[in-house]
Design a protein around this ligand. Structure first.
Ligand code: ADP
Ligand code: MG
Length: 700
């Protein structure tokens, strides 16, 4: 009976949508477990057990219930799930069932908030005196899909959970300890102090840990790395051109810069803002948040508060008074009271009265902004509007369409998913520009990589820079993360994707509709390149639907349809980004991978006539399917074919690979392979000798 992933309701076998809440139910054939990077938050009360023994059980409950309620609400505010209670301890998971892309950060912020909440509760109730130890740990876990933590079903399992509990036990009272992966993924946004390593049972080496002190900045604010901007000349020229026209012609303009996480939207906006400020513009910034936002017009509120000079610490009447005075000075006495009270309503300051229509409030916002821009040119920066409340999007479109004859630039930044929420975004506006940010071109990527490697004190190494830039696929944030990863580990770990990048890409995968996501996971087993026929075999139930799914993935820019195919009569596709393929592959637990590899191997056996080319691939899939004997046969066959074509080096490599798969007991086979390898080597010397000889003769 499929349980709803959202509300836990049990549904009849045939149901495709939950009967209670309408959530689409996972299509059949999806693994029931996945491997995901999660962050686990552990909070345990200190010395409470001893105290509880002396208290009446009812008193214990009346202390603990509000405490647990409060913790739960703090955790959920940051997008986490309370998984279970172990004794007095609370265990929460971030990143499963759905990844948000910044789950380690959410977990640490939740820990900080939980600690503050505890302090608040103690202050409000003398004698309560609750103390806790907290820890956050990040790593790969096995996640049970469809588990209902509310009913005591475990959602995640793995070393990451046990280690979190160890760290928690080692944390100072009211302190938050984090492990290495958590630290690496969040140190740009959280202030840390190194703490003495923790010796944990069952661990060979002591665990490196850090003490979380507080956030370095507000949510969503990433400090830029201190290297100058690379490339993006054309994009910057477009933005500057628009800004100049806005100023000269005194005509408002709405720009939306589109691009995925880390591609450089904020950085580009920052460069334009520097320019605008240098040429006498006034810049007001606001950002929409992925979580924890209370006001629908939050970003607009930040801009207004910034220009008026209202601080969050100001008592409300003071803020209200300051706003009114500001509007009065700006727009004159006429109607200032009304306009300022409307703006106050928009930005969440308490005011008397009500208006019957939203337009009335928007109109006042327009009046205030027009007056402001009449004084000097204004840039309003709206960051991350894919997270904006619909009302804020309405307000931005309203301003862009109604403000007249003043120099005002509305600069908005968004991930492409904004368009799935608002297909017609910007449509029908008098002056709107959409600027998609593409990956950095190769040359710029390599340049940025070199600069970052130097910044981290690694020597300049063009090959390494090129490899790393290639892996990052033109995404500056990924380049930064990979360079930092390299600097820390000091060596390349093959196939390892830094946790921070894995979090971001998992979130992209998790945002896909379930059928599309399942298709990506299957395709990932095939490799960077895959064929429609093999997917059909992996998911026989899909049938005709498969075409639509592939079309949808292509449209989402995850895969590419190729014009040629290595298999006759088979439509060939490839992953647009290898990193996405890697992350999708890592999501599958081992048994799921194995069974899929076997299907792929069978498909390739039937589909490929020319053994030589496919031998390597077949060997790989059989090996991953756990069938080493078949893999060895293909490697030997491939080696022979390579040998016949006088590709002796390749032949030696393949024999080597085959040899490494043969179990030690099988001495006969080992001897055979060694023998052939030796023959190939002798031939190779022969080739080398022949080459040398020819070189010598040619010299003469
Ligand atoms: N062209 C560039 N040259 C150098 N660094 C860049 C460039 N574009 C982005 N970065 C850096 O990459 C990181 C991610 O960029 P950011 O603008 O925050 O991405 P986004 O806002 O699209 O998520 C930042 O540290 C930024 O400084
Ligand atoms: Mg940004």
């Amino acid at each position: 009976m499929p349980a709803c992933p959202t509300c836990g309701e049990e549904n009849p076998e045939r149901a495709r949508f939950c009967q209670t809440c309408g959530t689409p139910l996972e299509p059949a054939g999806l693994p029931s477990e996945e491997r995901k990077v999660v962050s686990v938050l552990f909070i345990d009360l200190v010395g409470f057990t001893a105290r509880a023994e002396r208290l009446d059980p009812e008193d214990v409950r009346s202390i603990l219930t509000p405490y647990y309620d409060r913790l739960r609400s703090e955790i959920e505010r940051f997008g986490g799930t309370v998984e279970k209670f172990v004794g007095d301890a609370v265990v929460a998971v971030f990143g499963a069932p759905l990844a948000h892309g910044d789950d380690a950060e959410r977990a640490v912020r939740a820990a900080l908030a939980a600690r503050d909440a505890l302090e608040g509760m103690n202050a409000a109730e003398p004698g309560l005196d609750l103390q806790a130890r907290l820890a956050v740990n990040t790593g790969e876990a096995i996640v049970t899909i469809g588990a209902r933590p509310g009913r005591g079903e475990a959602m995640v399992a793995g070393d990451v959970v046990n280690t979190a509990s160890r760290l928690q036990a080692a944390a100072p009272v009211n302190g938050i300890l984090v492990g290495e992966e958590t630290y690496a993924g969040t140190r740009a946004v959280i202030d840390y102090r190194p703490a003495p390593a923790v010796v944990a049972k069952g661990k060979a080496v002591p665990l490196q840990v850090w003490l979380a002190l507080g956030p370095l900045g507000p949510v969503g604010e990433r400090s830029f790395v201190p290297v100058p901007m690379v490339g993006r000349g054309a994009e910057l020229a477009v933005l500057r051109g628009i800004w100049e026209r806005v100023v000269e012609e005194r005509r408002p303009h709405l720009i939306t810069v589109f691009g995925p996480t880390g591609i450089g939207k904020s950085r580009l906006a920052h460069e334009l803002v520097l320019r605008a400020a240098a040429t006498g513009g006034r810049v007001l910034r606001g950002r929409s948040l992925p979580y924890g936002e209370s006001s629908p017009y939050g970003a607009f509120a930040q801009q207004i508060k910034q220009v008026v000079g209202i601080f969050d610490s100001d008592p409300l009447p003071v803020a209200r008074e300051r706003l009114e005075q500001f509007v009065r000075e700006l727009a004159g006495d006429d109607g200032a009271g009304e306009a300022s009270s409307h703006v106050a309503m928009l930005i969440g300051l308490p005011v008397e009265g009500e208006v019957s229509e939203r337009e009335t409030l928007f109109f006042s916002a327009r009046v205030v902004l027009e007056s402001l821009a009449r004084e000097e040119p204004v840039v309003l920066v709206f960051e991350d509007i894919h997270w904006a409340d619909a009302s804020l999007l309405d307000l931005i479109e309203f301003l862009a369409s109604r403000i007249r004859e003043v120099p005002l630039l509305l600069l908005t930044l968004a991930r492409p998913e904004l368009l799935s929420r608002r297909q017609a975004w910007g449509g029908g506006l008098p002056a709107y520009t959409a600027l998609p940010l593409e990956p950095l071109p190769d040359r710029d990527s390599v340049e940025l990589t070199s600069r970052l490697l130097t910044h981290h004190g690694l020597e300049r190494n063009p090959d390494r820079a090129a490899t790393l830039a290639g892996t990052a696929e033109g995404n500056p944030l990924f380049i930064e993360e990979l360079a930092a990863f390299l600097a820390e580990r000091a060596r390349e770990e093959e196939g390892r994707v830094p946790t921070s990048i894995r979090e971001i890409l998992s979130a992209r995968l998790d945002a896909l509709p379930p059928a599309e996501r399942a298709t990506v996971l299957d395709a990932a087993v095939v490799g960077k390149v895959f064929w429609r026929g093999v997917l059909a075999r992996l998911q026989p139930a899909r049938g005709e639907e498969l075409g639509t799914l592939l079309g949808s993935l292509e449209q989402r820019d995850l895969i590419r349809r190729e014009t040629v195919s290595r298999i006759k009569g088979e439509q060939q596709f490839s992953f647009k980004h290898l990193l996405i393929r890697d992350v999708a592959y890592q999501t599958l637990p081992r048994p799921e991978r194995r069974s899929r590899h076997a299907v792929v191997a069978q498909f390739l056996e039937e589909a490929t006539q020319n053994l030589g080319d496919a031998a390597g691939a077949l060997a790989h899939h059989w090996h991953e399917a756990g069938e080493d004997r078949r893999a060895i046969d293909y490697l030997i066959a491939g080696a022979e074919q390579a040998g016949r074509g006088w590709a002796k080096e390749r032949a030696i490599e393949l024999y080597q690979e085959a040899f490494s798969l043969v179990p030690e007991e099988d001495e006969e086979l080992r001897r055979q392979i060694l023998h052939r390898q030796v023959v190939a080597m002798a031939a190779l010397w022969h080739v080398t000798d022949a080459k040398l000889l020819r070189a010598r003769t040619e010299k003469r």
